[in-house]
Design a protein around this ligand. Structure first.
Ligand SMILES: N[C@@H](CCC(=O)N[C@@H](CS)C(=O)NCC(=O)O)C(=O)O
Length: 240
């Protein structure tokens, strides 16, 4: 049984997609990041970066004590290795999937996050920051669109590289992008959206957090934005 520490965001969806695709038994432990639950001591013990998602595997492959993993990319690799699914053991195919997984983790995810922040959340509308990140996401969508021009999925076969990128392309409108300008990306997006496991993963998110649609209240903003080392220490002290 996997304990999944989860909230209903793109990085969270990556893992529920994987678990649903493989039928791996899991228990959701909701971490409402708008309420500051990411600062609780038992969560920080497994996710010291105070970010979801994270997991604890109570039955690791080596038969030893439970293993905890944070960072969605590391979690996808861990789960792929545990189940033997969605990451080829062939050297070339594996390397291909891994480079695109890291591309998502280092590029598409962080840039989309900043784009969302400056376009949708920042009170002060800074044209330079808005343009910089919207353009960068546009460039990255273009890279993925080209990659998908001559193959069905990012690394040929459906893999953890697709599961990592998909949740960051779903909100293309919020990202200020016109999906019709990226026809191969659109085809890929539609085909993944139709997968029953993906439908289940997103339905689950709606059940856990019916108030989808981002950060709304001043309390949520205060918790999530402008975190520093000392504000995190203070929040962790209060959440104990
Ligand atoms: N690189 C991390 C990013 C995780 C991340 O940014 N999680 C956000 C939600 S999508 C979070 O937990 N935010 C809580 C906070 O900012 O305190 C991963 O891929 O797991």
């Amino acid at each position: 049984m996997i304990d999944l520490y989860y909230w209903t965001t793109p990085n969270g969806h990556k893992i529920t997609i994987f678990l649903e695709e493989t039928g791996t038994p899991y228990k959701i432990i909701p971490i409402n990041i708008g309420k500051g639950e990411q600062f609780k001591a038992d969560f920080l013990a497994i996710s010291p970066n105070n970010r979801i998602p994270a997991l604890v595997d109570h039955a690791p492959k080596d038969g030893g004590k439970p293993i905890s993993v944070f960072e969605s990319g590391a979690m996808l690799v861990y789960l792929a290795e545990k189940t033997g699914q969605f990451l080829s053991s062939d050297l070339r195919k594996r390397t291909d999937a891994m480079q695109w997984l890291f591309w998502q983790m280092g590029g598409l995810g962080p840039m989309s996050g900043q784009n969302n922040h400056f376009s949708n959340y920042a009170v002060e509308k800074l044209p330079y920051a808005i343009d910089r990140y919207r353009n960068e996401v546009n460039r990255l969508y273009g890279v993925l669109n080209k990659r998908l021009a001559d193959r069905e999925f990012i690394a040929g076969e459906y893999s953890i590289a697709d599961m990592a990128s998909y949740p960051w392309v779903v909100p293309h409108e919020r990202q200020g992008q016109k999906i019709d300008e990226f026809p191969h990306l659109k085809r890929w997006l539609d085909s993944i959206a139709a997968r029953p496991a993906v439908v289940r993963a997103y339905d689950l998110a709606k059940k856990i957090n019916p108030n989808q649609g981002g950060i709304r209240t001043p309390e949520e903003r205060a918790i999530l934005f402008g975190q520093t080392a000392s504000s995190v220490d203070k929040a962790a002290g209060q959440a104990r």
